[in-house]
Design a protein around this ligand. Structure first.
Ligand SMILES: [Zn+2]
Length: 528
């Protein structure tokens, strides 16, 4: 007897095919499709999905939930979007493998403005021991990449040093071990030290290891390289080509301040694809970027890890060097004026909480200090733990990225502060409500394909991403007429509406929009 029957709905199976009416039976953790209008079997529970779409659960290929979900396993910002699986360890920043607990905790401090520093037990070291944190403890499934920052910290420490042959071989060895333990590939975030100290060659060498087992190279490119427009992507393609490795460009979009538009970006992508590159990308459907505030610091300030960074930020001669560099490389003062667009949050100190949601420019004026000093002071006071939101994708070219046949959706969700980017709460419902229903930019089955079978194919997830007999019962049920993101730049912490039911591994997690308290998620392990 099936535990659950979903009747009356339209099945949109995730392949991009048009929907069709049928009943979905959930038996254990698997799906059986019942066609026709004959008698239905008895069942423990029947969900009447009349008027609703029944589809595979959404797979988010870029999430910053690896630590915060351990503290808040309900994970409502994402479950209420229909997400059943998230990919973590993105941007080069994975929390495994680590050589010891001290280095792990230093990395948590260093990256706290991006992934948070929740009060949890940091008691893992290997990749496997990290993954085991997610077995039946959270609402959603977790898949994880190996970040090259973690590999570098293990092998070379935190300094801006070159990896010799031996170091590269050792990092390859660690990467191989993590992949054997279930990692889906390698990530890099080439704005984020210490992973950003890696050369093109070093990354290509690591990619050879990923390619051997069919993993993916998932990269936040070196945005400040060369022309700061196409050159970062040229490097990514070069790395993938040298490593003979599948390439995934994460948050691939046209920056709002760039005058050259999106055309040359697509030309490059399609040219590389025609020449044999195995390439895909993800994008989030909002104009607001977000990361740790230290992203705006030069790399030399961040060498050596969190203590050295804080020491340089406190040191007047280092600050003077930072200001002199700005005067020389940025004579128009765009770094300073941009701070009027950098909204900050996630303060630990009570006296700083009044700054939640203000821009760095405003904080500088309130403190009566030069914005560079206010910026450095705040990072020192908060021990680097500050998150920020700033203008990212250009609104007028964003639809082209959402619609492109090589794109999937990666929310890049960051869960910190009172006012995170709205992408954390609204990404999938915004695509369904605005881009599909209101604008007719893409069809509903095509949007669902981008959320489900395409990311599953990219990661090599077994038995997920399609709603078909024998597949795992990760299921999202939504109202296509009502689904809508409510999150905005001004009020981002608003749950979306219209996602009615979410089922993970056969267990209901969201029931008529309410969390059931069940934690059926598990760590997904590559090849298993
Ligand atoms: Zn990210």
């Amino acid at each position: 007897m099936p535990e659950l029957l979903i009747t009356g709905g339209t099945i949109v199976d995730g392949t991009g095919n048009p929907g069709y009416p049928a009943t979905v039976a959930v038996e254990g953790d698997r799906v059986r499709i019942i066609r026709g209008n004959g008698d239905l079997p008895e069942s423990g529970r029947v969900i009447d999905a009349t008027g609703l779409v029944v589809c595979p659960g959404f797979i988010d290929v870029h999430s910053h939930s690896g630590l915060v979900i351990q503290e808040d396993p309900k994970h409502l910002p994402k479950v209420t979007q229909g997400v059943t699986t998230e990919l973590i360890g993105v941007d080069g920043n994975s929390y495994a493998p680590f050589p010891n607990r001290t280095e792990l905790e230093r990395f948590v401090t260093f990256n706290a403005g991006l992934d948070g520093a929740p009060n949890i037990r940091y008691d893992w070291d290997t990749f496997e021991s990290f993954l085991s944190k997610f077995d039946r403890t959270t609402s959603v499934n977790i898949a994880c990449l190996v970040g090259n920052s973690a590999l570098r910290i293990c092998e070379l420490g935190w300094d801006q040093v070159e990896a010799d042959q031996k170091a590269k071989a050792n990092m390859r060895g660690m990467l191989r071990e993590a992949i054997e333990e279930g990692a889906f590939g390698l990530s890099s975030g080439l704005d984020y030290p210490p992973g950003s100290y890696a050369s093109t060659d070093e990354l290509a060498e690591l990619c050879k290891e990923v390619a051997r087992v069919g993993g993916v190279y998932h990269t936040h490119v070196r945005y400040w390289l060369g022309d700061q427009y196409l050159d970062p992507y040229h490097e990514a393609f070069q790395i993938a080509r040298s490593g003979n490795c599948p390439l995934h460009l994460t948050h691939f979009y046209h920056k709002s301040w760039n005058p050259h538009g999106s055309g040359p970006m697509f030309d490059l992508l399609e040219h590389e694809e025609r020449n044999g590159a195995d390439v895909t990308f993800d994008v989030y459907p909002y104009e607001w970027s977000s990361t740790r505030l230290t992203i705006f610091l030069p790399q030399w300030i961040q060498a050596g890890g969190p203590e050295a960074t804080v020491a340089r930020l406190s040191d007047s001669s280092c600050r003077a060097r930072f200001k002199a560099e700005l005067a020389e490389t940025d004579p128009e003062g765009s770094w300073r004026s941009f701070q009027d667009w950098v909204r900050v949050g996630y303060f630990a100190l009570p006296e700083n909480q009044r700054y939640e949601g203000m821009t760095m420019g405003e904080i500088g004026r309130q403190r009566g200090h030069d914005v560079v000093d206010a910026f450095c002071d705040l990072l020192v006071e908060e021990n680097l733990r500050v998150s920020e939101v700033d203008p990212g994708p250009a609104g007028h070219t964003l639809p082209k990225f959402i619609k492109h046949r090589l794109s999937m959706i990666g929310t890049d969700s960051i869960f910190l502060g009172d006012r995170p980017s709205p992408r954390t709460y609204g990404a999938y419902p915004r695509v369904l409500g605005e881009f599909v229903r209101e604008e007719g930019l893409l069809s509903l089955p095509e949007a669902v394909r981008k959320f489900t079978s395409f990311p599953a194919q990219r990661l090599g997830l077994t038995g997920r991403g399609v709603l078909r007999d024998g597949f795992i019962a990760d299921i999202t049920i939504f109202d296509p007429a009502r689904v809508k993101a409510l999150a905005t730049y001004e009020q981002p912490r608003q749950y979306s509406v219209g996602i009615e039911y979410v089922i993970v591994g056969g267990t209901l997690v969201l029931d008529r929009g309410k969390h059931t308290g069940a934690f059926p998620g598990r760590a997904l392990r590559r090849g298993r």
